[in-house]
Ligand binder design. Structure first.
Ligand SMILES: [Zn+2]
Length: 305
């Protein structure tokens, strides 16, 4: 099997500040580990286009998109929230990141391959309809999922988010969209301090206590996520693939290891094989321990292979 590996050098030039964990070194660490592991021979490297205004408008408020374009600085830095900012390269990086998921959907629907990994930054799952937050500007996975609905007429698209932070942006965008099933596991209580009381039927929240390890993660996914996917029978599965729940990542207090990412990826691949002709599009979200991030992405991609 070949996997589309969708990335663009524009994603390397967006920087928040020198000390910020969401840095271009993350993509370098992933690329180094991919080459060291030898799995690059199974990847088809694809450069994404910039997402268009029309594609962004499916999930973001028009005024919000305009404000991002308007604020994009020619020099220096503009803060969008306390931990999200734009430098002169950020707008292009954000448009490439969303464009990568569009490209993934188009590649998969053309029948060229059934799986893709979008190796992009800034990440997206905290970006709401009208708000940048948590290092995220546009909600990349949501832009891709909306493309699958609107351009290909899909009726059942699942998004599974195993980043250690809740995908509040994805929930905000899709909470009234019955064609989307959104399952997110996350440390709780923890940033972004999501309200567990939203009981929209298509939104599945899987809170994990601080200190949870692989056993708790797997048990929760088996109980609350996988049966919902079986019931939903998705035509396509997106993964918001954040690796900041890793034991070595000091961003959180959940302790997963590579084997846990292999486990969940394999489970999702089983569902995809059963209902979705194997189609999976995985999109990088968080993951800040560089070594653990590189190893976890390789483990995840191997499990998709
Ligand atoms: Zn995260």
């Amino acid at each position: 099997m070949t996997i589309a590996f969708i990335t663009h050098h524009d994603c390397l030039y967006h920087e928040i500040d020198e000390e910020h964990p969401e840095a271009s070194a993350r993509l370098d660490a992933i690329n180094d580990q991919i080459i060291a592991s030898g799995i690059d021979i199974a990847l088809e490297y694809v450069e994404p286009p910039l997402a268009t205004n029309e594609q962004l408008t499916r999930v973001h408020d028009k005024n919000y998109i305009e404000s991002i374009f308007r604020q994009a600085p020619e020099t220096g830095r503009v803060d969008l929230d306390s931990d999200t900012s734009m430098n002169p390269h950020s707008l292009n990086a954000a448009l490439r990141s969303a464009g990568a998921v569009i490209e993934a959907v188009d590649s998969i629907q053309s029948g060229k391959m059934s799986r893709a990994f979008c190796c992009v930054r800034p990440p997206g799952h905290h970006a709401e309809k009208s708000n940048a937050m948590g290092f995220c500007i546009f909600n990349n996975v949501a832009v891709g999922a909306a493309h699958a609905l609107e351009s290909y007429g899909m009726q059942r698209v699942a998004i599974v988010d195993f980043d250690v932070h809740h995908g509040n942006g994805t929930e905000d965008i899709f909470q009234e969209e019955s064609r989307i099933l959104f399952c997110s596991s996350f440390q709780h209580p923890f940033y972004p301090f999501t309200d567990l009381e939203n009981h929209a039927e298509n939104i599945i929240k899987i809170p994990l206590d601080a200190g949870s390890k692989g056993a708790e993660f797997r048990q929760n996914m088996e109980q609350f996520c996988l049966p919902q996917l079986e019931k939903f029978k998705p035509e396509l599965i997106f993964i918001s693939a954040g690796f900041d729940a890793h034991r070595e990542d000091d961003m959180s207090h959940v302790s997963l290891v590579e084997e846990d990412y292999i486990w969940i990826t394999s489970k999702l691949a089983e569902v995809a094989n059963k209902y979705a002709q194997g189609k999976i599009i995985s999109v990088l979200e968080g993951g800040y321990s560089l070594s653990a991030l590189g190893r976890s992405v390789v483990a995840h991609i191997k499990a998709m292979l």
